[in-house]
Design a protein around this ligand. Structure first.
Ligand code: DLZ
Ligand code: SF4
Length: 509
């Protein structure tokens, strides 16, 4: 019988993969390939590359132990070609195969590359999600607005998670209102579980250092889980120690505590080491056992079965041009401080430093600090998108692009967000301790000392008044502006223009 190739990509590292399920262990060959092109089409953070390559090597071992034949290409194999398609062609010749079974990749770029390959590639649906793409389209069809909240309720009904019959547990679908507490540094608070690199990971670290050492981001210390067993332990640790406070402190940011109550398992989930339904079932069980408050359990489950599935549906529904959208026509270059250059804004410096060291920042740091600043400053959303895709260990385009292009930058014109997520420094001050040690004053509304978020907030709203002035949810902020004294408004816009000129000139802001 003719052999077929079974492609397993670096973010498809779970046993319940459609390509593996459709293959025949006795005759087909699994192809896994470490390739330069996947590491450099955006300059991925070295820690992210190391996570993926090490997890790939460990997964290949597990597949072999399970009886699969695996043709594995290491980055330093002298025969290696630089691309996934190049490796498929090479392996097809080696094994006399002409047919490839794949699970559809999470990025249009790679879907197109597989479609255009001079081989017959069958791309099967990715079944590691709760909602199929067809089901999402059925839900979306004919709706004027695709709001996450309504989609989420469908997913609750479908999974039965936190349901009492056909009603939501606790009488409410969403407890987000309770999830906005400020946090204090607590030296006794647990931190995410860390793992010592084994021999396989050590070898990968040396290789990544040699090949991608020039990319933004610290490779060491490397502590991520690289197997599903380790990832499950990391999740257990979160459930026991941190989940109870997850809800309350979900939006809090602290200089001295990078992770607060977050689980830091999104990178494991997104490369296939954890199963979304299983982790949610566990959270549901913890709540039922009375060990976790309802706002924590509901908030966590909503991120996984609601938000995560919803953004994937949007990515595939909107099509390959989604990442090029720029509804607000913003064109500024991404400032150098996103890549570690100097900035006097403490919140941005803290978020970027942490990103550099950990390849991780939590959702409010991403949305309300780095994302908010880029939007206020008028940065080209394509540049913002490429940055997030590169620097975060959990960022794959299906999940990253809707979060950045849609939610954070409003570049899709309001498919995901009903209004732009912008705020002045006041929100950051409320939710963090960053402003206390900032060179700028969050209280100052004008002048050299004024927090740039305060200035650019108004500048953004005035720049885009034609678009947002009639949005009923934004009416009150425009009325606030209109009530301000004319000379104050003039000073705000003049000082904002000064900040923007400094950004353009590459001066330290
Ligand atoms: C992100 C990434 C990197 C850095 N390296 C590889 C690799 O060497 N081999 C591989 O199969 N996958 C890698 N990936 C993940 C792919 O980029 C990912 O599968 C696509 O972007 C689709 O989500
Ligand atoms: Fe950020 Fe402004 Fe606060 Fe400084 S004062 S930390 S720039 S929000």
């Amino acid at each position: 019988m003719v052999r077929r190739l079974v492609l397993v990509l670096g973010d498809q590292l779970g046993p319940d993969l459609s390509a593996l399920n459709a293959a025949d262990k006795a005759r087909d060959v699994v192809v896994m390939a470490e390739v330069m092109d996947e590491g450099r089409y955006v300059p991925h953070h070295p820690k992210k590359i190391a996570l993926i390559l090490s997890a790939m090597r460990h997964f290949a071992q597990e597949l072999r132990a399970d009886g699969w034949q695996v043709a594995y290409t290491r980055l330093d194999d002298p025969e290696a070609t630089p691309s996934i398609v190049g490796e498929l062609i090479r392996r097809a010749e080696e094994f006399g195969a002409s047919e490839v079974i794949a699970t559809q990749p999470g990025e249009w770029r790679l879907i197109a590359a597989l479609n255009e390959a001079p081989l017959s590639v069958r791309q099967l649906p990715d079944v590691r999600f709760i909602c199929t793409l067809e089901e999402f389209d059925r839900w979306a069809e004919g709706r004027k607005e695709l709001r996450m909240e309504y989609f989420y309720r469908e997913m609750r009904r479908k999974t039965g998670l936190m349901m009492e019959g056909d009603q939501p547990a606790g009488g409410k679908w969403n407890f987000d209102h309770d999830n906005r507490k400020r946090a204090q540094v607590d030296l006794l608070r647990a931190t995410p579980m860390r793992f010592e690199p084994d021999a396989i990971t050590q070898e990968v670290l040396d290789l990544v250092e040699a090949r991608f050492g020039g990319h933004f981001g610290d490779l060491r210390p490397f502590w991520f889980a690289v197997t599903s067993d380790e990832a499950r332990r990391a999740f257990d640790h979160f459930v026991t120690h941190l989940l109870p406070g997850f809800g309350d402190y979900q939006d809090a940011m602290l200089s001295g505590d990078r992770f607060v109550h977050h689980s830091v398992i999104s990178m494991y989930l997104n490369i296939g080491l954890l199963d979304p339904l299983k982790i949610c079932a566990r959270v549901d069980a913890e709540w039922k056992a009375g060990r976790v408050p309802i706002n924590a359990a509901e908030g966590y489950i909503r991120q996984v079965i609601g938000w995560r599935e919803y953004v994937r549906g949007i990515y595939f529904r909107e099509g390959p041009d989604y990442t090029a959208r720029n509804a607000l026509g913003q064109t500024r270059d991404l400032p150098g401080f996103y890549w570690g250059g100097a900035t006097r804004m403490n919140c941005v410096a803290k978020a970027v430093d942490q990103t550099k060291e950990e390849a991780y920042a939590h959702h409010i740091q991403r949305l309300m600090v780095t994302g908010n600043f880029a939007l206020l400053a008028g940065v080209d959303p394509a540049e913002v998108h490429a940055w997030y895709l590169a620097v975060y260990a959990d960022a794959f385009e299906w999940v990253e692009a809707p979060n950045v292009i849609g939610m954070s930058q409003f570049a899709d014109g309001g498919i995901i967000a009903s209004k732009p997520y912008v705020s002045s420094g006041n929100y950051i001050d409320k939710m963090s301790d960053y402003c206390r040690s900032c060179a700028y004053s969050v209280k100052a509304k004008t002048g050299d000392n004024a927090c740039p978020f305060n200035l650019l907030y108004w500048d953004f709203l005035i720049r885009h008044r034609d678009r947002f002035g009639r949005n009923p949810r934004m009416g009150p902020v425009y009325r606030t502006w209109d009530r301000m004294a004319a000379d104050h408004r003039e000073s705000v816009l003049r000082d904002a223009a000064h900040v923007l000129r400094r950004l353009e000139a590459g001066a330290v802001v």
